[in-house]
Design a protein around this ligand. Structure first.
Ligand code: RRO
Length: 305
């Protein structure tokens, strides 16, 4: 469980440890997210919720590839209204909840943000970066002005911290992060999945029904780490690292690059729910072996060359 020095504060949110689950990987249910918390995570993150229930793409939607997982779920979710009870259940168990959500229009973003805040979410994670939808206006992580506008619109209507989750599928992620910060983002989550695909040599066709999908897992760690590094060079708000973290060393590398906390997703498939506790234990050992008193002392250290 969380040791001394493991507690972090991310955008005013006090967390007992710097680990969270990455949105989506474990689905939705309160009992599964509770297991993430019981393993030692500082908070849990819901699968991305939208204004209406949505069934997502047809199968196959998830496959294993070299170094990770390729998904094209297509934002399946019960809709915000359909999830509020689950959210309240988690809050009833004392679990800090980051509600990930997406929408298509500014009024929808605003009303969804208000509903999630009212239901007790401790923070929001604005998902502007799903790679598996065809140009829907809410998924605007490649467009700096839209990122700024949507972020500002959400910030106008809620008091809780707003994290903005960015896409690695852009030429200048630092510029997009600056736009999110200008819009009032309290933290940046970097990054969502890397757009990718798989082809079956025997069937001679793409494996996923959606043709392309989002790659997660250790295969993307170096890319995501570079994104965190570049963002840390230009923004002041905290960064939450996400992409291929499966052990404490990965987590520390992200912190050295500038992340205040990390989200762990795909690794749960190989390492089970215990991965959060194990990463926390390793981070605690690293702190004490290096004479460091807290995670915040590690954040961004690699930039001080
Ligand atoms: O549901 C998905 O297809 C999905 C989402 Br919302 C996302 O943000 N990232 C991803 O890889 N898949």
């Amino acid at each position: 469980m969380a040791g001394e020095g493991l507690a972090v504060e991310v955008a005013g949110l006090k967390l007992r440890s710097p680990t969270m689950n990455a949105s989506g990987v474990l689905g939705m249910s309160a009992p599964l997210l509770k297991r993430v918390y019981d393993s030692g995570a500082g908070a849990v993150v819901t699968k991305s919720l939208g204004p209406a229930a949505r069934s997502g793409h047809i199968n196959p939607t998830v496959i294993e590839v070299e170094g990770g997982i390729l998904n094209a779920m297509g934002l399946p979710n019960p809709g915000i209204e359909g999830y509020l009870e689950e959210l309240r259940e988690l809050k009833g168990e004392g679990v800090p909840v980051v509600a990930s959500f997406f929408a298509t229009t500014v009024p929808e973003f605003q009303s969804d943000a208000k509903a999630l805040a009212r239901a007790g979410a401790d923070a929001l994670e604005l998902n502007l970066s799903c790679p598996n939808v065809g140009g829907e206006p809410g998924m605007c992580a490649a467009d700096a002005l839209s990122v700024e506008r949507v972020t500002r619109s959400v910030k106008q209507v809620v008091q809780i911290p707003v994290f903005v989750k960015l896409s690695p599928n852009v030429t200048d992620i630092a510029g997009i992060a600056v736009a999110a910060e200008k819009g009032g983002a309290d933290a940046i989550t970097a990054v969502n999945t890397l757009k990718a695909m798989a082809i079956d040599a025997d069937f001679r066709r793409p494996v996923l029904s959606n043709v392309t999908g989002g790659l997660s897992g250790s295969a993307i760690k170096s890319v995501a780490l570079r994104c965190v590094w570049e963002i840390a060079e230009v923004v002041k708000v905290p960064i939450i690292g996400c992409g291929g973290v499966s052990n404490w060393r990965d987590a520390i590398e992200y912190m050295l690059a500038g992340a205040s906390a990390v989200e762990i997703g795909t690794a749960v498939m190989n390492h089970g729910f215990e991965v959060y506790g194990k990463v926390n234990d390793g981070v605690t050992r690293y702190l004490s072996d290096n004479g460091l008193g807290s995670v915040s002392e590690v954040v961004g250290l690699a930039h001080k060359r």
